[in-house]
Design a protein around this ligand. Structure first.
Ligand code: TMP
Length: 256
């Protein structure tokens, strides 16, 4: 397809060398995976929607002065980003109990948490991304104490801003996962938001009906994943009627 050098391929995205030093191209694939890729299907059109939704969210965050890796969208599936050194942690922010928190701690799904909770998971597929504490993070050198402070402060700002943004279009931000990277500029290093924010990495519920509008539709075999993602994009006002991402429906890639 292209002669660009591939830097990294993950489950849902590919990173290519960018046009200038210090930049990368982030390509959104149609692959949907869950349970560490034990469940894997191609959902035709998902990559296009996630590219647009993540572009919109990162642009809004850039606008409020929250530092992100996003520079601009290049085309339907690709965006230009700043090259960062990814911190090997998944930072999860939760407002409402769901998913692994409900399972692990027996808190009923849907109960509003007494306050927003931040969790860290060590990014390691072989270990199934285990939950870790700040003690583990600093002892093993995955991030320093000031970097943890920066990530937590940014995560809280992102949560407050996105909760309002989604609430304004009738969507409850239940929880989400973000990743951070180290950006080196001259002699300075700072922690900025990287990766993506999309219905793949958030739990989004319709405020009125509590319908799930995120990857749980795929994880829990509820059907209608692409339609739900399209509804999120449409409510955010970013769906271009001239280029509807047409889906043929999920195609099974592997199941074990
Ligand atoms: P969890 O309840 O399964 O721990 O998920 C918390 C949030 O993180 C949820 O919004 C989904 C998102 N998430 C990812 O983006 N990637 C993952 O690998 C996992 C496990 C969760």
């Amino acid at each position: 397809m292209s002669r660009r050098r591939k830097i990294y391929e993950g489950k849902a995205k590919i990173l290519y060398e960018g046009p200038e030093p210090g930049t990368l191209v982030q390509f959104f694939k149609d692959d949907a995976t869950a349970f560490n890729a034990q469940k894997h299907e191609i959902v035709d059109g998902k990559g296009v929607l996630n590219n647009r939704i993540s572009e919109y969210v990162f642009e809004q965050l850039n606008r409020i002065g929250l530092p992100t890796h996003f520079i601009r969208r290049i085309n339907m599936r690709e965006q230009l980003i700043k090259e960062v050194e990814i911190i090997p942690l998944e930072v999860v922010v939760r407002n409402v109990a769901a998913g692994s928190l409900s399972k692990r701690l027996g808190v009923e799904e849907g109960s509003v948490l007494p306050r927003s909770i931040i969790e860290f998971y060590y990014k390691n597929d072989e270990l199934n991304d285990p939950i870790v504490s700040e003690e583990h993070i600093t002892a093993f050198g995955w991030a320093s104490p000031p970097e943890i402070d920066d990530m937590m402060a940014l995560a809280i700002r992102i949560n407050d801003f996105l909760s309002g943004l989604f609430y304004g279009v009738g969507i409850q931000l239940v929880d989400f996962k973000i990743e951070f990277g180290r950006l080196y500029e001259n002699d300075m290093m700072r922690v900025i938001l990287a990766d993506e924010i999309s219905p793949d990495s958030c739990r989004l519920w319709d405020v009125k009906t509590k319908d799930k509008m995120d990857k749980d539709r795929f994880r829990q075999d509820l059907g209608g994943m692409l339609e739900a993602y399209r509804e999120v994009a449409s409510r955010l006002g970013i769906l271009n009627e001239n280029e509807p991402p047409r889906g043929k429906g999920p195609v099974l890639v592997k199941s074990d």
